[in-house]
Design a protein around this ligand. Structure first.
Ligand code: FAD
Length: 319
């Protein structure tokens, strides 16, 4: 009869019985839910031996490769040693290729794209610090055609993750990334609708991805990008955005500052106070609002007061 080793103890499990039932009958206390292969509550990892292929049904390929299987679908065929899931296995290692400053308080981090990592521009991932599991979300500023993943990180005084990224990491180091999440993304059905992209600070990260995604898919409607900062020094990627607007007749870039001199072609004052005027010039607008939650909420209220329906608004609020 196959022998299962788990947490230093051994259990005999016949192939007539599922591993979860057999082991729990002998007091192992393996978690379970549906016991039918759906909920994955009984997912465990083979650390020695090979689980039957049928027990890996429905599990992400990246976890299958690491030996994960469902104890409820496993009728053991041979000896195996198992362990509980390791949270770090859920994440993909990415190698840092460049770290530079976009301005004194914003870092640009470029990484390799892990094998099998798929995303849509505008989504975000969680960065995990392997040493202690510290986790923070960062939005993707790249598009899948780029050969690197790009992130814009605002440096916060005393910030645990942003401080660590800035002071400890260097090209060649590894970062753990979650799968991409979120739905603040361009859709092909928006083809000729006007798009309003508005955000402050590193809220530009998802907007930069969404903008380049829309342009690369041949968006024909007008696109207005408002990027806000406290002053002109906060408006990073300003030259790149001006170049992009010069190359695309349907794109208008509107830099916006709260204080100080109004930038060329731009506006000053709170960013949300400018959205109504932009939306007045057309119908069927789709809005993408990104950055700190308070500002996203102020921009959302301004859009709704200007007649935009909630369903036409996508947002990526940084919390
Ligand atoms: C979906 C999502 C996407 C995000 N995308 C990005 C992104 O692309 N770029 C980016 O720079 N950040 C982004 N963030 C924010 C990011 O996840 C972290 O919250 C931020 O980097 C702070 O982490 P930290 O560990 O450096 O600071 P912490 O150690 O968590 O905080 C340090 C200090 O800063 C304060 N603080 C934390 N967050 C803020 C804030 N937003 N504004 C002002 N003070 C703050 C804390 O209260 C504390 O006093 C995103 C957040 C979410 C939820």
């Amino acid at each position: 009869m196959p022998i299962i080793t788990y947490q230093g103890k051994t259990y005999e499990c016949s192939s007539e019985e599922s591993l979860v039932d057999g082991m729990n009958r002998q007091g192992a206390n393996i978690s379970y839910g549906c016991r039918g292969g759906l909920c994955q509550a009984c997912m465990v990892k083979a650390v020695k031996g090979t689980p039957p292929a049928a027990a890996q049904a429905g599990i992400k390929p990246s976890l299958q490769k690491k030996g994960y299987f469902l104890a409820c679908l496993c009728n053991p065929e041979s000896d195996i040693e198992i362990a509980l899931p390791d949270r770090r296995d859920e994440f993909s290692p990415a190698t840092i290729t460049t770290i530079d400053h976009l301005n004194p308080s914003v870092l640009r981090l470029m990484t390799t794209r892990p094998d099998g990592f798929n995303y849509r521009p505008g989504q975000f991932v969680n960065f995990i610090r392997a040493a202690d599991g510290l986790s923070r979300s960062y939005s993707l500023a790249s598009i899948p055609d780029d050969d690197r993943l790009e992130f814009h990180i605002r440096l916060l005084p005393g910030g645990r993750m942003s401080g660590w990224l800035a002071s400890e990491l260097k090209p060649g180091d590894e970062l753990l990334l979650s799968d991409a999440m979120g739905d603040c993304c361009y859709r092909d059905s928006y083809g000729d609708q006007p798009l309003l992209l508005a955000g402050t600070g590193t809220g530009l990260a998802p907007l930069y991805g969404i903008l380049r995604d829309a342009l690369s898919r041949g968006h024909t409607g007008q696109i207005r990008l408002l990027h806000g900062g406290l002053s002109g020094g906060d408006l990073y990627l300003d030259h790149d955005l001006r170049d992009l607007a010069a190359a695309h007749a349907n794109l208008t870039y509107i830099p916006c500052v709260l204080n100080g001199d109004t930038p060329s072609g731009g506006v000053s004052g709170p960013i949300n106070s400018h959205l109504g005027r932009q939306l007045a010039g057309g119908e069927n607008w789709i809005a993408f609002l990104c950055g700190d939650s308070g500002i996203v909420e102020a921009m959302r209220s301004s859009c709704i007061s200007s007649g935009l329906d909630e369903s036409a608004i996508h947002s990526d609020a940084f919390g």
